[in-house]
Design a protein around this ligand. Structure first.
Ligand code: DGI
Ligand code: FE
Ligand code: FE
Ligand code: FE
Length: 187
């Protein structure tokens, strides 16, 4: 499917504010891809589709998790973790996206994972620092992104983990594993 058609399809799935966020993630992903030497077309495509299922009714997301045999552990943790793995399946079927790296960048954009590819890191980080984001510490993460993608991502996950702790919420084990892996990578 052509990019213009994908854009129309994505816009239809979300309110205006989420579309503006998506545009921000696309712009930042392409900039990071240029900076770190990744494929800018893949960065643009993965960013365009990363939140495709964010506004799907939660029951529909759950149906896809079960239908596609996605990790059952996800069901025990925050529902916000579901839209990435679900979108990774949906875009393959709806739009015939076949690039594994693009699919994994969508799948792991919220939790991260160990041994993330450069493209996966880019989309995950762009999701934190796109121009519309405004949370305490975001400017420090933007600064770190100029120096080290791993250090910037660690700071992003630190902020999410601290936020979850402050709310008394559980932390998805893969997020902790991701943070540990990034720390070992920067050693
Ligand atoms: O979809 P976005 O809002 O653009 O961003 P996202 O896909 O990174 O979702 C982040 C949300 O997920 C954020 O509000 C925190 C929530 N969340 C809940 N449990 C976890 C979690 N995020 C991570 N990384 N790990 C968790 O265990
Ligand atoms: Fe998301
Ligand atoms: Fe994220
Ligand atoms: Fe997002």
């Amino acid at each position: 499917m052509k990019r213009d058609h994908l854009i129309e399809a994505v816009k239809q799935q979300m309110p205006e504010k989420r579309w503006i966020h998506t545009l921000g993630v696309m712009e930042t992903s392409v900039a990071l891809a240029e900076q770190y030497g990744a494929d800018t077309d893949k960065a643009d495509l993965a960013a365009l589709l990363h939140d495709y299922c964010k506004y799907w009714p939660i029951e529909k997301q759950k149906e896809w998790l079960i239908k596609e045999n996605l990790p059952a552990l996800l069901l025990d943790y925050d529902k916000q973790l579901w839209h990435g793995p679900v979108a990774a399946e949906v875009v393959q079927q709806e739009f015939s996206i076949k690039d594994e790296d693009v699919i994994n960048a969508i799948r792991y954009h919220t939790s991260g994972r160990t041994n993330m590819s450069l493209l996966e890191k880019i989309v995950c980080l762009a999701d934190y620092i796109e121009p519309g984001r405004d949370f305490p510490g975001v400017d420090e993460i933007r600064e770190l992104s100029k120096q080290s993608i791993e250090k910037a991502l660690i700071a992003g996950f630190d902020s999410t983990i601290c936020f979850l702790i402050s709310k008394g919420k559980a932390i998805f084990p893969l997020t902790m594993e991701t943070r540990n892996a990034l720390i070992f990578e920067t050693k």
